[in-house]
Design a protein around this ligand. Structure first.
Ligand code: ADP
Length: 802
């Protein structure tokens, strides 16, 4: 019973009862027995929707209430702090951070303060120090550690959600290393890790010195199965008729069948666009089943959705919602996601089509789950790849609403009898894969070794190996020597690139190395950027001055445009030559032309921190041509066509760079999506990454005193606002944006100052008569209009500081 919980705040039992929680679920009871409310470390590997969140809350609330009351010595120590320190909750996705924050905010009525930390990777988040519970992604926590956030020393409890993601090649190592660092900073801290059911939870527990709760218990029975032909085939061997009519799709048939029984369906698909398309179609299936009252309420939700923002996504979502269906993915505005989740929980929405984000952390149970797509596009692996058993089981776990449904059903869809068998083998009967550390890979170690040395967690090769001994990798590996070998390779790389220095046994980060670590760059990205900028400075500067000292013929002897370099010019270069460029620059800054935006976009697009666009058939030829046409703009030498892989990478980066260039040249979003075969969310993603990388390039250029700094800044602000140079000033005003900036410019309002003094009627006309928009924009520009004297001064600070 919740009244018997040891070491929790007094108010908690009543609070839980108000939430409808009278007694603990069996895995929760096990966790309490294992001491989760008394500061014990715990790994909980239990199915989706079986109450992991409460376990996390019990740990955090008891930790911040002042730690273990039973142990007198411990209690004394804790009393010295004002409260029991801060609890940190690590989420795998930014989209889930606000979700969790909202969940924990219900404790604010008891005087607890909850904060969420996302966004910029360069600050120490000092304001978080006063919070009792902080929610953040592992990348954010990693960057807080790198920036020496002092409040991290007051952590009394850290909870890691979805800890099985340490298996992820890209993000897993960050989580692994970050947990090791937090535990090093706070040896007494309680560590709680929540995992989906996996095969090797005991290994995770061993790694974290934790008790293990490993359970298959579910609050409601789940039947997994496959739909094929006209029937549902379930794992207990039963079959139930589920006919597909005429040209109806199987998903629609399942949704209809569930509706006839007054149930709801959650449909998992493999991309945002598929989620949107499915919702549109399934609304047609749902619509006839809606009652008059439901229709009215759904109209209400639809108009709330439209009020959030005035975009195509918002419109599409509202249209689907009016028909009783919705889509859900990480590209939605948080307000949109919340409206969708609430309406689904209130049983107003009958169908939600979602990408796997929803399976990961959001509590939205439904009678049936359809896993429509069991393959997804994976660029690294090339083509469509099957989802892992673990992922599919997590999606399936959302089936069945406790207290409402007799049981849940979760099905995959088969197109043939063979596929029916395959899906049973592959997913229904299969056990989830064991989780394996991906740390012993060069790209992961490059970043983390530098950061580990830079923030002082290790000061020698031995110290590093000792630190790595606290990772999951060390727990799992039997291959002695492998990690050491990779560490040595990586250390050599970091030294050659001047990020680390070695004196005897002593390892330390150079000033450049510190910067790279704080900027949260992959050192290889930093090296690529630095080389590119130096190369530009050396070759572009040379042409104007024909600097004789390095004996090279300047390209402009042939009358080539400035910045022209040929591949053969540079192939013979060694590192030393490039390095000298920075110090021995014997030309004045102003003689070196700025690199073009295209050149810089290409530079950052070829770093490992940019997820490049893929070349489709026909792209090879097209982008080879573009590459030769624009060769003069590249920072660094283009590889020869005979170096297949390097040349193809160069072209992929070029395709990515051209998307960025289009964006920064005011090409319409619709046109860009068509031209590159991407979604609007992808454009945003590339733009954000480019902005971050160019910001980092700017810091590196100024630290190394390179001439390209102003050019980098221009390229960054252009891509940030999606405009040509002349609009940067206007587009920086809140509420203006790329389209409105162009309209204002065309109406003769060319700068922020122009707008401040502009005639309101001119602005109104330029903004197509939208009164309210015009007023907001004028206000944000600090318009001098006597009729607006009373208006609060607008918050210009964010603009000025950009
Ligand atoms: P998980 O994080 O494991 O996927 P959640 O923690 O979101 O699952 O829990 C799923 C649902 O079960 C939530 O609505 C939660 O309020 C409810 N729940 C959790 N524990 C209990 C309990 N002991 N008794 C009743 N309901 C509970």
């Amino acid at each position: 019973d919740v009244a018997d919980l040891p070491s929790v705040p007094d108010w908690l039992p009543d609070h839980l009862r108000n939430e409808g929680i009278e007694s603990l679920y069996p895995p929760q009871a096990e966790a309490v027995e294992a001491g989760v409310t008394r500061g014990q470390n715990l790994v909980a590997s239990i199915p989706t929707a079986s109450g992991k969140t409460l376990i996390a809350q019990l740990a955090m609330l008891s930790a911040i209430a002042g730690g273990p009351a039973e142990d007198a010595a411990e209690a004394d120590k804790d009393d010295e702090r004002a409260a029991g320190g801060t609890a940190l909750y690590i989420v795998p996705l930014r989209a889930l951070a606000s979700e969790k924050k909202a969940e924990f905010e219900e404790f604010e009525q008891y005087g607890l303060d909850v904060g969420v930390s996302t966004g910029n990777y360069e600050s120490e988040g000092g304001w978080l120090a006063s919070k009792d519970i902080v929610v953040a992604t592992s990348e954010k926590v990693d960057s807080l550690v790198r920036n020496d956030a002092p409040w991290l020393e007051d952590l009394s409890c850290v909870v890691t959600d979805e800890v099985h993601l340490v298996d992820d090649g890209e993000r897993g190592p960050t989580l692994e290393v970050t947990l090791a660092k937090l535990r090093r900073i706070n040896p007494d801290m309680q560590t709680v890790a929540l995992s989906a059911t996996i095969g090797n939870a005991a290994e995770l527990a061993e790694w974290l010195d934790a008790h293990l709760v490993d359970s298959d218990w579910r609050p409601i029975e789940l039947q997994k199965g496959v739909h094929y032909g006209q029937a549902l085939h379930l794992e207990d061997g039963s079959q139930s008729e589920l006919p597909v009519r005429g040209n109806e799709k199987p998903t629609a048939a399942i949704v209809r069948d569930t509706l006839e029984d007054e149930g709801s369906t959650l449909v998992f698909v493999n991309s945002r666009r598929n989620a949107e398309a499915a919702a549109r179609r399934l609304a047609n299936t749902v619509e006839p089943f809606l009652s008059g009252e439901e229709r009215e309420k759904l109209q209400g939700v639809a108009s709330e959705i439209r009020d959030v923002s005035d975009t195509e996504t918002s419109d599409d979502l509202a249209d689907a919602v009016a028909g009783g269906a919705a889509f859900h993915h990480a590209g939605l505005a948080p307000e949109h996601r919340e409206l969708v989740e609430d309406a689904f929980r209130d049983r107003l929405l009958k169908v939600v089509s979602a990408t796997p984000t929803l399976a990961a952390g959001v509590n939205t149970p439904s009678r049936r789950v359809v896993v429509r797509d069991w393959r997804r596009y994976d660029g690294t692996a090339g083509g469509m790849q099957p989802l892992s058993v673990l992922e599919v089981h997590q999606m399936m776990g959302r089936a069945g609403r406790p207290g409402l449904d007799p049981y849940g059903e979760a099905v995959l869809l088969a197109n043939s009898h063979d596929e029916l068998d395959e899906l049973f083998e592959r997913y229904v009967w299969a056990d989830p894969e064991p989780v394996r550390s991906k740390l012993a890979a060069e790209p992961a170690l490059r970043t983390h070794l530098l950061a580990t040395v830079a923030s002082g967690f290790a000061r020698s090769r031995e110290g590093l190996l000792d630190f790595l001994d606290r990772t999951l990798y060390a727990t799992q590996t039997t291959e002695s020597g492998r990690l050491e070998a990779v560490v040595d390779d990586v250390l050599a790389y970091l030294q050659v690139n001047d990020f680390l220095e070695r004196e005897g046994d002593e390892l330390s980060a150079t000033s450049l190395g510190h910067t790279v670590s704080r900027l949260y760059l992959d050192p290889m990205s930093a090296a690529e950027i630095i080389d590119g900028l130096r190369e530009w400075e050396r070759t572009a500067g040379q042409q104007d001055t024909q600097s004789p000292h390095d004996g090279r013929e300047a390209a402009d002897a042939d009358g080539e445009p400035p910045g022209f370099t040929t591949a053969s010019d540079l192939v013979s270069d060694d590192d030393g030559g490039a390095e000298e460029g920075g110090e021995e620059r014997n030309v004045e800054d102003d003689e070196i032309p700025d690199p073009t935006a295209m050149g810089l976009y290409h530079l950052v697009s070829r770093t490992p921190d940019m997820y490049q666009l893929y070349l489709r058939s026909g792209d090879q030829e097209e982008y080879s041509m573009v590459a030769y046409e624009r060769e003069a703009e590249f920072l660094g030498a283009m590889p020869s066509e005979y170096e297949d892989n390097r040349f193809d990478d160069w072209l992929s980066a070029l395709k990515t760079a051209r998307l960025l260039e289009d964006w920064a040249s005011e090409v319409d979003e619709d046109q860009i999506t068509e031209r590159y075969g991407v979604g609007p969310g992808d454009i945003r993603g590339k733009v954000e990454t480019a902005q971050w990388l160019l910001g980092a390039a700017e810091s590196l250029a100024s630290e190394l005193d390179l001439a390209a700094t102003p050019g980098v800044r221009k390229a960054r602000t252009r891509v940030e606002h999606g405009v040509r140079e002349e609009l940067v000033d206007l587009a920086g005003i809140r509420g203006v944006g790329r389209k409105r900036a162009r309209r204002l410019f065309d109406a003769g309002i060319e700068t922020r100052a122009d707008l401040r003094d502009a005639d309101k009627s001119v602005v109104l006309a330029a903004l197509r008569g939208r009164e309210k928009t015009a007023e907001t924009v004028l206000e944000n520009a600090g318009h001098r209009d006597p009729s607006m004297e009373d208006v609060e001064p607008s918050d210009d600070v964010s603009y000025e500081r950009r």
